[in-house]
Design a protein. Sequence first.
Length: 272
Amino acid sequence: MFDLSWFSLEGKVAVVTGGSRGIGQAIAQGFAKAGATVVVTSRKIDDLEETASRIKAAGGEALAVQAHLGKMPEIARLVDTVMERYGRIDILVNNAGASPAMASVLDAEERLWDTIMNLNMKGLYFLSQAAARIMKEKGGGKIINVASIDGFHPERTVSIYSISKAGVRMITKAFASELASFNIQVNTIAPGPIRTKMMDSHWHDLSPEEKEKAVKATDRLIPMGRIGVPDDIVGAAVYLASSASNYTTGTEIVIDGAVLLAPLIDAPGVPI
Ligand SMILES: NC(=O)c1ccc[n+]([C@@H]2O[C@H](COP(=O)([O-])OP(=O)(O)OC[C@H]3O[C@@H](n4cnc5c(N)ncnc54)[C@H](OP(=O)(O)O)[C@@H]3O)[C@@H](O)[C@H]2O)c1
């Protein structure tokens, strides 16, 4: 019979990529509250230490590990560090992602393609592979891939990002299919617009008043009337990381305030 304890992450070791801020930080803090030991990883160690300190101050257990996840040797080093410290990975959240510049399909350059694909797809794929090998040995695990509604509906000026996020959705399905018999569940969370540094960076050249106007204009485009916040993603992440989702794999949870259901989501310049 169902019990609320199914949502507990007590005794689990979770790795959250891009855990230093935004959606990843909210997930890391949520996982720690649910009982997990959380490893947060990204490129900037100071930001990671800050997140780890917040988790510890709230009574949780956390480790900050610096890694550029678009680089294969750093992915290997991350996995080695977690295994040396904890000897297992029960949960992997592939949340780190980037869209460092905008360009039309006529102007996008190879360097932009490589930067986005190396992090959003290649790094995600091979970190998942490394974690899945460990999970198989240990009898199971959970992988959660953070895609985007742009992976369903291409966004003008961020085509490469949109393509990468469509790829993330397929990585989820491919891994879920092959790993189902090893008790490893792999699922996607696809956020819509969420107020983080990623979203704010697209308004960085605006004055505070112009930025406020842009935020309000974006709010109006969203059927639920507001841009989301990182905490809007945490409940789904805890569910997909916990034993409550043990028969759920290869699926997608869209968290977007109904943006995908709205006909007019083509405002350029906001990669979501
Ligand atoms: N915000 C939205 O509206 C939205 C909508 C849909 C999907 N998403 C997706 O949600 C995820 C999180 O986005 P966010 O909005 O929270 O973004 P964010 O605030 O920009 O955070 C991105 C995180 O990824 C890390 N990161 C970036 N490049 C990295 C690299 N090469 N190696 C390792 N870590 C790296 C960053 O830390 P460092 O700088 O320290 O590396 C940071 O922790 C992304 O996959 C994004 O595509 C966001």
